[in-house]
Design a protein around this ligand. Structure first.
Ligand SMILES: [Cu+2]
Length: 163
């Protein structure tokens, strides 16, 4: 009886605190089993009329989850941790190879192709969201900006096939 009550309270509170930012097209880069670090990419969508930011992330598959971006420094592309990822009011922010991304650091086990990875994101208004990202092969990516075009082509192809 008590458990039932708790469950319905939880349900109620999760409705009240629905995430103000949602995620689409989430995927995790498949890596050779020797690698203990990989990136996750997706589109953050702000469902509210005010600016929001994703401030942290968690996952069971790795020791740490960090928010990262890529920067050009002295002609070299480097990754940097960022405090937050801004998502403009009623807008979206794209995370993609060569740009903003989510970094899974210290993978506890090698990720398998097709595996669904749970990631939880915390938003600056106190809401959070739990998402699943599929482990996929990502061609190129980390090094060059030009690779983003391939990403976009792949996505549109997938959408056309679904229609
Ligand atoms: Cu990174």
């Amino acid at each position: 009886m008590k458990a039932l009550l708790t469950a319905s309270l939880l349900l109620l509170s999760s409705n009240l605190w629905a995430a103000s930012v949602t995620v689409e097209d989430a995927y995790v880069r498949s890596m050779p089993p020797t690698q203990t670090v990989t990136g996750a990419f997706m589109v953050f969508k702000n469902t509210t009329g005010s600016d929001r930011a994703v401030v942290s992330a968690e996952s069971d598959v790795s020791d740490k989850v960090e928010l990262h971006t890529h920067l050009h420094e002295d002609g070299v592309m480097k990754m940097r941790q960022v405090e937050k990822i801004d998502v403009p009011a009623s807008g979206e922010t794209v995370l993609e190879p060569g740009g903003l991304h989510v970094m899974l650091i210290g993978l506890k086990q090698p990720l398998k192709l097709g595996q669904m990875v749970d990631i939880k994101f915390n938003i600056d208004d106190g809401t959070s969201m739990q998402i699943q990202a599929e482990v996929k092969t990502v061609m190129g990516g980390m090094k060059m900006k030009g690779d983003m075009d391939h990403e976009k082509m792949d996505h549109s192809k997938m959408k056309n096939m679904a229609n």
